[in-house]
Design a binder for this molecule. Structure first.
Ligand SMILES: Nc1nc2c(ncn2[C@@H]2O[C@H](COP(=O)(O)OP(=O)(O)OP(=O)(O)O)[C@@H](O)[C@H]2O)c(=O)[nH]1
Length: 883
């Protein structure tokens, strides 16, 4: 029988429904969708696993596009930047909204009506859901793009290439998603390719992703070992056959009985898969044990929807020990509709997610704690004598709180700020306070983004993802608050004005390039464009070299900067010369000279400005051992990614600027503006070291600001910044004159995966030719030392024996352990090593040549390390030669 997908879903529903129910039309306008009918999901995977190809099918089957976009032709919806289309890779996360099942194909329940009692056994996927899909990039250089997206996801689909199996980048992103407690399901894609090995991939899931694969579908090969034509569904006990050369919307469903006549081996394997699935679920879910007993211990008689319920319960467990696995080949249009059903059926709605983490004045807690007035050690002005009213007014006034998780420059609509709302609703035209930039701006227009269409909406409710246009400042990663009574000139009271949703740590950039506008008249356009790039991607950093006047753009990897360069020159048509991409070395000082005091008295913009300061500098590891107290209200500490500390003592100025102590400040200055000025001055001085002009790392600057001697009625923030910069520069020079500083180089923590047979040569190459330090081989010690792949503190990794994992045999390989990739020679080994970044440039090609193309690796910045005099000379000679 040939059927459309939704009809087949209904057929199943009909078999399992207890009471009759009406088919009703549904009101599914996205802004009003009930929270339980929203899925905020991401697609994560290794580069080229097929994320974009799968996304395009999702949009097509959901009815949001009329033709299937093709990555290879450059006609996809989600990869919309010219640079992405040219390279066929995803760089920017794009969030797209669609409905699944399509509204006109659902077994719909009027959303205003109470759900029938039997709802809990109707698959959720019978009813149209609002899916917000975030496509994330797969390349390691864009890991922070992935991290930023992960923060707003409620669930994720991990796509694996059925030929390559679990790859290094997948493992990394999988683990990061685990840190955010994001429930995940897996789609084994590209099963149409020669060399596809479903079974081996399933076993790799168990071993490398540390969860029990729950095989929900098995591949269906024509005549048992021919072309990939469909899947065997272990949940609903049926075969689903896709017709070749069609758009994949026609699927033939075969019952087990039909299959037993036509393809008995396949039917037998589906039954085996069902037995394995029920057994696996019984180990983790009491509900399944009960069902099993209720159905007289017959694995095959348990209804499909109840299996889905059990799977859902296990997927939502934290940590997630069971990983549902689905099969397909998106490019051949096989397997995408059941995957969409699984998204709706198995992944959580926003209300099933843990309360989001926030930070407030450096303390962490959850948003719910804040809203309920139970946030730890929170002091609010309305607290009287330590007694607190139930929900303090400062908290009750929070009308909405959202995370700007992505800023995109759209050629037609201008800057789009993608937000996820966590509480309240963002209303069209409301005033938003940006707690990162401390700026207020209006949100003139709100949109829901469909595949090729933006629909203007009046509000973005809690749990939803939407787009704000017309914002002038908001950057990727900023927290936005709507606050009762706030106008463009006011802001929420402290500490609400410091609220940060799900803050993430971005490591220091380790590559940089110089940018010079072709002419003076081009300068403004170049700088404006750079400002947009930085709003989009705060892991890019911009600085101006004081001596050469050159602008430097720094980033996470060479591809990261290459893309920025492409966007600057090609998308924005900026006319500038861009230098070669180089490694960002640092330098540090060796000794701490005596403290230095300085006063500035100067006419700035026609007005006398006056300020004084006292500073001292020291290498961080040789700082005085008296521990600075972060909660001391008279000391403010900033720590930068480069390992620099800026410690500001302000003895007679209490940090809470609402306290009477602030009366020591000059007119128009608050303590916040004073601290920002000192921080800016010190940071500017640290941007260029006295030894070779590299930025400083691991350097501590201690600033003493005595209100009585350093502040005057004429003190301005510009004067404070200038005097601080010059005093810190003088101290750094003094230190270097007394004992020359040292250069530092970025060192990477690398996790490398190789076959047993190449282990020796890779380790040898790392330790002798590249000056790396091998920290561990496999084993738990490697995991504890590798932040990219480690679990959260206290979390134990599940170690799974692959022979205990059920997977159907691969027709193209034998079933012995060795042929499945678990024999002596093919055994995957993991090496964790610290290696200087310089030695890792172009490493992938070298690794491939050492491992016959099978080795993969991921790396993170582990910090900066002092260089020996010899290495320092070599690097400087190489740089000079290059220049
Ligand atoms: N044979 C086959 N090729 C596929 C399949 N899915 C994707 N491809 C091809 O694999 C290549 C990569 O696909 P993409 O969809 O761009 O992969 P991606 O994961 O989005 O890649 P990035 O955006 O670079 O991370 C393209 O050439 C696709 O045509 C599949 O099911 N079978």
């Amino acid at each position: 029988m040939r059927i459309r997908w939704a009809w087949s879903a209904r057929r199943i529903v009909r078999h399992n429904v207890i009471a009759p129910r009406r088919l009703l039309s549904s009101q599914t306008e996205p802004g009003r969708a009930q929270l339980s009918k929203i899925r905020n999901i991401g697609i994560i995977a290794h580069i080229d696993a097929g994320k974009t190809t799968t996304t395009e099918r999702m949009l097509y089957y959901s009815g949001h596009t009329r033709r299937i976009g093709d990555v290879d032709e450059g006609s996809t919806v989600t990869d919309f930047l010219p640079a992405e289309r040219a390279r066929g890779i995803t760089i920017q996360s794009a969030a797209i909204t669609f409905h699944w099942p399509p509204i006109n194909q659902q077994l719909s329940i009027n959303s205003t009506q109470a759900l029938p009692e039997t709802f809990n056994i109707i698959p959720r996927s019978s009813i149209s859901h609002n899916i917000n899909l975030i496509d994330t990039p797969g390349h390691a250089d864009f890991t922070f793009e992935v991290l930023r997206s992960l923060r707003v996801l409620d669930g994720a689909v991990c796509i694996l290439d059925g030929v390559a199996g679990v790859e290094a980048q997948t493992e990394k992103v999988w683990t990061q998603a685990g840190h955010y407690q994001i429930p995940r399901i897996i789609f084994v894609n590209k099963l149409d390719r020669v060399g596809a090995a479903f079974s081996r991939t399933v076993k790799e899931i168990g071993v490398r992703l540390h969860g029990w694969p729950a095989v929900c579908q098995i591949p269906w090969w024509k005549d048992g070992n021919g072309e990939f034509i469909g899947v065997g569904d272990a949940v609903y006990l049926r075969g689903l056959l896709w017709q070749g050369a069609s758009d994949g919307s026609q699927i033939q469903a075969f019952s087990l009985k039909e299959l037993e006549t036509n393809d008995a081996d396949f039917a037998a394997e589906i039954k085996k898969a069902r037995v394995a699935l029920v057994e696996l679920l019984s180990e983790r879910d009491d509900g399944m044990v009960e069902l099993f007993l209720e159905h007289e211990e017959n694995h095959l008689s348990i209804p499909g929807p109840t299996i889905i319920q059990s799977l859902r319960r296990t997927v939502l467990q934290n940590p997630q020990c069971i990983i549902p696995v689905f099969a397909g080949a998106s490019f051949r249009n096989i397997g995408v509709q059941p995957l969409l059903d699984a998204v709706v059926d198995l992944l959580p709605s926003p209300k099933e997610r843990p309360d989001p983490e926030i930070s407030l004045e450096g303390r962490t807690g959850t948003l719910f704690q804040l809203l309920m007035g139970t946030f730890p050690s929170l002091h609010l002005p309305s607290d009287k004598g330590g007694k607190r009213s139930k929900i303090p007014v400062e908290i009750a006034n929070i009308q909405a709180c959202a995370l700007a998780f992505k800023v995109v420059n759209d050629p037609k609509r201008g800057i789009l700020v993608y937000v996820r709302v966590y509480t309240g609703s963002i209303l069209k035209g409301c005033t938003l306070f940006n707690t990162t930039l401390h700026s207020t701006e209006r949100a003139p227009h709100l949109f829901t983004m469909y595949a090729n269409d933006a629909v203007e909406v009046d509000f973005i409710p809690s749990g939803q993802i939407g787009v704000i246009t017309g914002l002038k400042f908001a950057r990727t990663g900023d927290t936005l608050i709507s606050y009762k009574g706030m106008n463009m000139k006011s802001q929420p009271p402290a500490p609400i004005n410091s609220l940060q949703l799900r803050p993430i740590h971005v490591p220091p950039p380790v590559f940089f390039t110089s940018i010079e506008p072709n002419s003076l008249s081009e300068q403004k356009h170049v700088l404006d464009t750079l400002a947009i790039l930085l709003r989009e991607d705060p892991s890019l950093q911009l600085s101006v070299d004081e001596e050469s006047g050159q602008t430097h753009l720094a980033g996470m990897g060479d591809l990261h900067l290459e893309i920025a360069r492409d966007r600057l020159l090609n998308d924005f048509k900026a006319k500038a010369r861009i230098g070669a991409i180089e490694i960002g070395y640092r330098e540090t000082i060796s000794i701490s000279p005596s403290p230095h005091s300085s006063t500035l008295e100067k006419v700035i913009a026609g007005k006398l400005a006056k300020a004084g300061i006292a500073v001292s500098v020291a290498p961080v590891d040789r700082m005085s051992k008296t521990k600075e107290r972060e909660d001391d209200p008279y000391t403010t500490i900033y720590k930068t990614e480069d390992g620099n500390h800026i410690i500001i003592h302000h003895p007679n100025l209490h940090r809470d600027y609402q306290s009477p102590g602030t009366s020591n400040l000059p007119p128009r200055l608050t303590l916040n503006t004073v601290l920002s000025a000192l921080h800016a001055g010190a940071s500017a001085a640290l941007a260029r070291g006295p030894l070779n002009g590299f930025p400083l790392a691991s350097t501590a600057v201690t600033i003493s600001l005595d209100a009585a001697t350093h502040l005057f009625p004429e003190t301005t923030s510009a004067a404070l910044s200038m005097v601080t910069r010059s005093a810190v520069q003088t101290s750094l020079r003094k230190s270097n004159d007394e004992s020359p500083g040292v250069m530092m180089e970025p060192v990477m923590l690398c996790t490398i995966f190789v076959n047993e047979s190449s282990l020796g040569s890779v380790v040898q190459d790392l330790s002798s030719a590249r000056g790396g330090q091998v920290l561990s081989l496999d084993g738990s010690d490697s995991l504890s030392s590798s932040p990219s792949l480690s679990t959260s503190p206290g979390e134990e990794l599940l170690r799974i024996n692959p022979t205990q994992i059920y997977a159907p045999p691969d027709p193209f390989s034998g079933s012995s352990a060795s042929e499945m990739g678990y024999g002596a020679d093919n055994n995957q080994r993991q090496i964790v090593a610290r290696v200087p970044l310089k030695e890792m440039v172009g490493y992938l090609n070298h690794l491939r040549s050492l491992t016959g193309g099978r080795g993969t690796f991921v790396m993170n910045v582990d910090g900066f390390e002092r260089m020996s005099a010899q290495r320092q000379r070599e690097v400087l000679d190489a740089i000079r030669e290059f220049v």
